[in-house]
Design a protein around this ligand. Structure first.
Ligand SMILES: [Zn+2]
Length: 169
């Protein structure tokens, strides 16, 4: 895809996956944009919503989004769940980070686990049109049911985390 210089607007030429340079020698670095995403869990159930906007409209989605200016990943995770589900959560675990691409920009998704402790779930924002879906951890969505590639790697780690957490005792 064509990328234009953020300083002068001229077309840039790709030097590497991370670096694009224009005819004025302005360097445009393509760094990953950080986002925070949460698996909200209740016992062995995992909360998803049905996404109501493109891209991936109609697919199962997790609450999350890009970090605001000067916001930590933990703060963003809590804020996004409040915005998209209407509930307050306490993060219980950090799962990992996952790379992907969002409309031509690299992203790094910072993934947390939280326990659902109550409160009325009111889906809003881009999560869905009013429907939430609880999935058994042994029956996580297939690739066809989800929008983002990186969910698959995250799900595998979530399952490992679950098995480890439940075999400790
Ligand atoms: Zn330039």
């Amino acid at each position: 895809m064509d990328r234009y210089c953020t300083k002068c607007g001229h077309l840039t030429i790709k030097q590497s996956d991370n670096l694009y340079v224009c005819d004025q020698d302005h360097q445009n670095w393509i760094n990953a944009v950080p986002g925070a995403t949460v698996y909200v869990m209740q016992d062995d159930k995992v909360l998803f919503g049905i996404r109501n906007i493109e891209p991936h409209k109609g697919k199962l989605n997790l609450p999350g989004g890009f970090l605001d200016y000067d916001e930590t990943a933990e703060q963003a995770a809590i804020r996004e769940v409040k915005e998209e589900l209407g509930i307050d959560i306490k993060l219980t675990s950090f799962l990992g980070t996952y790379t992907d691409d969002y409309e031509g920009r690299p992203t790094i998704n910072i993934m947390f686990i939280a326990q659902y402790t109550g409160g009325t779930i009111v889906p809003s924002d881009d999560l869905n049109g009013g429907e939430i879906v609880w999935r058994d951890i042994q029956d996580l969505p297939t690739r066809d049911e989800i929008g983002w590639n990186w969910y698959i790697a995250a799900q595998e780690d979530l399952l490992k985390w679950w098995q480890k957490s439940n075999s400790a005792s």
